[in-house]
Design a protein. Structure first.
Ligand SMILES: Cc1cc2nc3c(=O)[nH]c(=O)nc-3n(C[C@H](O)[C@H](O)[C@H](O)COP(=O)(O)OP(=O)(O)OC[C@H]3O[C@@H](n4cnc5c(N)ncnc54)[C@H](O)[C@@H]3O)c2cc1C
Length: 383
């Protein structure tokens, strides 16, 4: 057993941290206030490969191991929740399925623009009436018409949709085939019939655009199927397993940022004749945060390690995501508590980090769904 990052991973961590400290974190408050992506940082990310983590080197990307993806997501989360979520969606939901199931022609068609730094990728699973229960709820239907697919339906809460050149859309393609009745289709965002509605007004992650989509007779060529016809649901589950490692890492980054702010403030603020960091109640919050962040980080890194070893990681990814997102909630809440009234003010970053982290126990599978995934696996192990 080895708890150390290797030399390459340590170097990567240093490079990403320095980049995030200088190019991402200083703009986090402005990104939140204006609801605008900081494109300058996204363009510069190209140089170190943060926007091509899932794209093979042969296709111009920086494909790295899963531990290195976790390192990158943690550092991005520590710097800016909005930027981190858009990058998590771009790499894990936009690029990763295209890498895994795309044909060479699809790689060549989409990767050059996806890694250009001018756009970000997107995956559309959720619908107005289908989130946790995609199997029963998805109504977006694609029917075959000659050498095309014609798509009708709507999707909701799609990260990066308005800034993506292509959106992978989960469609039902056979109404009677249950889990085998779904396919993923690559939809060019210039397609007639596709409407990308204005960004949702959200509690946090305001600089990560989230859109509703309407698909009215959108036509895509037969070869726009990503992977196999009928395997879309299976591909979705595999994509989410993977994405959960990224959201776990992002949550650790958010928790770490709030924790650092809390400790710094506790050492400066004085009450009853001494720094509040010398009061035991504050020390307990600091100790619990240090403990829980460490435990969550170990779980998330283990799931990434399992994936890199080619082992099953579904249960461990769900455990890591569940733990990391719930730890982020507690740590951010206590970081505000440590700040007192100032924690409730926009002048300090902890209120933004608290709002940003709130999504993490909802997106890519709610905490309840993570518990379902874990329980199912545990019960199988005991049967
Ligand atoms: C900022 C943001 C970005 C997003 N980005 C994307 C994206 O890029 N692509 C995409 O496809 N989607 C995206 N989503 C959607 C997100 O993944 C879904 O909102 C999420 O999966 C939950 O689905 P739902 O909102 O429909 O909740 P529902 O499924 O309606 O659940 C509502 C509540 O019921 C609970 N529940 C449901 N079933 C059970 C059960 N069996 N047992 C116990 N409790 C249950 C849930 O845990 C939850 O608490 C995004 C959402 C947000 C807010």
């Amino acid at each position: 057993m080895d708890f150390e990052l290797n030399q390459e991973q340590k170097m990567w961590q240093r490079i990403v941290r320095e980049f995030c400290e200088s190019e991402v974190k200083p703009h986090a408050a402005e990104v939140d206030e204006t609801g605008q992506i900081h494109w300058d940082a996204i363009r510069k990310m190209k140089d170190i490969g943060l926007n091509s983590l899932e794209v093979p080197e042969a296709l111009g990307g920086t494909e790295v191991d899963t531990i290195s993806i976790v390192i990158a997501m943690e550092e991005l989360g520590r710097a800016c929740g909005s930027t981190a979520l858009s990058l998590a969606a771009h790499n894990g939901l936009g690029c990763a399925p295209i890498k895994r199931w795309g044909t060479p022609a699809q790689h060549e068609q989409w990767f050059p623009s996806l890694i250009s730094g001018e756009v970000l990728g997107a995956l559309a699973l959720t619908e107005p009436n289908a989130g946790s229960d995609l199997l029963n709820g998805v109504q977006t239907f694609a029917r075959r018409a000659g050498d095309e697919w014609v798509i009708d339906g709507s999707k909701a809460w799609i990260t990066n949709a308005g800034i993506a050149p292509v959106i992978t859309v989960l469609c039902r393609t056979d109404k009677d085939a249950g889990a085998r009745g779904f396919s993923m289709l690559l939809v060019d965002t210039k397609s007639p019939g596709l409407t990308i509605h204005p960004p949702e007004k959200k509690m946090g992650l305001k600089g990560s655009p989230t859109h509703m989509l309407s698909l009215d007779g959108v036509r895509v060529p037969a070869d726009a199927v990503l992977g196999e016809v009928g395997r879309g649901f299976h591909q979705t589950m595999a994509t989410l397993d993977n994405g959960r490692i990224g959201i776990g890492a992002l949550s650790i980054g958010l928790a770490q940022a709030a924790f650092e702010e809390g400790v710094k403030y506790a050492q400066q603020r004085r009450a009853f004749g001494k720094p509040i960091s010398e009061h035991q109640a504050i020390q307990w919050m600091i100790a619990d945060a240090a403990l829980e962040i460490d435990a969550a980080r170990l779980l998330v890194y283990r799931s990434a390690w399992l994936k890199d070893q080619g082992k099953d990681f579904t249960k461990q990814a769900a455990m890591g995501k569940l733990m990391a997102t719930e730890v982020a909630e507690r740590v951010c809440k206590n970081a505000i508590q440590i700040h007192g009234s100032y924690g409730y003010s926009r002048e300090f970053p902890v209120e933004r980090i608290y709002r940003d982290q709130r999504l993490m126990s909802i997106g890519e599978g709610t905490s309840e769904i993570q518990r379902m995934v874990i329980a199912r696996r545990v019960l199988q192990e005991f049967s």
